[in-house]
Design a protein around this ligand. Sequence first.
Ligand SMILES: C[S@@+](CC[C@H](N)C(=O)[O-])C[C@H]1O[C@@H](n2cnc3c(N)ncnc32)[C@H](O)[C@@H]1O
Length: 197
Amino acid sequence: MKYFVITGHKASTSGDFKLDDISGGAGRLDIMCRCINSGFFLSHDLRKDVQVYLVLEGGNDAPKTVRFSGEDIRYLNPDERSTSSLIRNALLKKVSIDEEVKSSPGVYVSRMSFEKVINKLSEIGSFVYLKEDGEDCRAYEFPENPVFVLGDNRDLTDEEENILLEKNPEKISIGPRSLHADHCIIIVHNEMDRRCS
Ligand SMILES: C[S@@+](CC[C@H](N)C(=O)[O-])C[C@H]1O[C@@H](n2cnc3c(N)ncnc32)[C@H](O)[C@@H]1O
């Protein structure tokens, strides 16, 4: 399994946004939607061995985490509008602390913070921090069950970075330029695909 954790620093947690306003009022939820697209879509297929954790940190009901699971995902389409609708439906679910609620097949919502997500995944996989100044991924041997962590349109905050660094992640760069988060996900998949083919 491959895991991706993306921090949506301003992304809405209340679900009261308009689907026409995901890049404005919903706090750059469009970035989260594109990360879902990059995380799962192949041409005419979906990657089933992927889980994406969107850690949403905006608004009064923060934090919330929406988890997409490739094993059982349904109703996922490549356009941002329908993905934001799946996220909004998840955010409208009643969810109490310490539970994860299924919103639709393959989409789950919880009140997990970034720290809780990292602690949970530390029992499952090996952290790989995507960072411009990391080791070049071309020469990198990916671990089993990698957990890739990346920022949205901003890097991890100092607090988030410290939480991650406590887990001793490997730090990799996927190229010499700073890229959009969703583009980083595509390149990581491509690098791993090349090693498997
Ligand atoms: C749009 S970037 C964040 C802002 C960016 N660091 C800047 O200074 O403009 C989103 C995230 O993608 C990842 N990222 C972007 N370019 C990368 C690269 N060349 N290598 C590894 N990770 C990268 C980092 O995790 C970063 O936080």
